[in-house]
Write a protein that binds this ligand. Sequence first.
Ligand code: DX5
Ligand code: ZN
Length: 227
Amino acid sequence: MNVRIAPSILSADFAALGDAIATVERGGADLIHVDVMDGHFVPNLTMGPPVVKSLKRVAKVPLDVHLMITDPDKFIGPFAEAGADMISVHVEVLPHLHRTIGAIKQLGVKAGVVLNPATPVIAIKEIAGDVDFVLVMSVNPGFGGQTFIPRSESKVAEVRAVLDAAGNVAPIEIDGGIDLKTVGRVVRAGARILVAGSAIFHAPDPERATVALRAAADAALASPASR
Ligand code: DX5
Ligand code: ZN
């Protein structure tokens, strides 16, 4: 499986999101990661369906919408309608996760589940056969630019084992503190979709930063230690 690069526009200039997307697309971005925060589940507020609708007009690559909100069931429909191609929801807020995953798929959208750093991998065991991807948070969600939590590396490998046991080849996405220093470790652990916000948009040249991250990911994938 190839590695996909998903720049997070959370660290881009919100007054120029269209330009930010075009820049990383020139650098070979595979997805655009959109961080939705409600000020309740996480201590920050970002954007909603109207912004996703506008992004959809300009993005050439799929939109990967990460819902960091307390009531995702209420907003899956509006985000799907706005043009989300992938929607991920946090297991921590969903008592009926199986139903939510089914609802996302029903809308023709790829469905992902997200694990916070303190959430054990066992939380996704019963749903492992049903998801299109699993997102492992390698920082506590809410802000860009935080430090990678080293334990996430072995957690990715644990999630891979749970998916494999369920016979699911779904990719693992990783989000938080991914840069040229951490990329090799997470790819070797089994991550195949790499979210990067500050490492790309706070770089002097986001297009080149996207290219560099992919090169580092591909090098790790080719190395013998890679799974
Ligand atoms: C954090 C968000 C991330 C964030 C990552 O809550 O889910 O997607 O943009 O930013 P970096 O790559 O700077 O850690
Ligand atoms: Zn995110």
